[in-house]
Design a protein around this ligand. Structure first.
Ligand SMILES: [Zn+2]
Ligand SMILES: [Zn+2]
Length: 147
């Protein structure tokens, strides 16, 4: 039942979210039972277990994949980039470790948080804005330096 609750979601629920899900159709289940079963499932490799900024998340997707986390709201999503075997090889050569795999976390601000912050300004600033401000900075510096 706990495993089904993880599989029913297609995101990265926390133990508490899963407890709420399961309790919705099984009000008698205790938090301890849910948490204990999550640990058993994670230990046996039936689900994955992630720790992001001190918060535990569970992941139904077992294939190697990376994650993208929003540094403002903590939203966590999967990144389906091709797995780079090369990185494991490079690191094995550099460190002498037998590398069993790697897991990349990308950090940034999700579109929702970006649009929240630009309230009053442009609704959604994208690439052209960034390039302009980069190009403008050196010009401004030069004009200030010149007499
Ligand atoms: Zn966000
Ligand atoms: Zn994931």
């Amino acid at each position: 039942m706990v495993l089904n609750a993880v599989l029913a979601r297609r995101d990265h629920p926390t133990a508490n979210q899963l407890y709420q899900d399961i309790r919705a159709f099984n009000p008698r289940i205790s938090r301890g039972t849910v948490y204990r079963n999550l640990k058993i499932l994670a230990d046996s490799g039936e689900i994955h277990h992630l720790n992001v900024a001190g918060i535990e998340h569970f992941d139904w997707r077992l294939a190697a994949h990376s994650h993208l986390v929003c540094t403002e709201c903590g939203a966590l999503s999967d990144v389906l980039l091709p797995y780079e075997d090369r990185l494991d090889q490079v690191l094995a050569e550099q460190t002498g470790y037998e590398i069993t795999g790697h897991h990349t976390f990308f950090e940034g601000r999700c579109p929702a948080c970006q649009s929240k912050q630009s309230q009053g300004g442009q609704p959604q600033g994208e690439q052209p804005q960034g390039e302009q401000s980069k190009a403008e900075l050196p010009k401004a510096d030069l004009s200030e330096i010149k007499p």
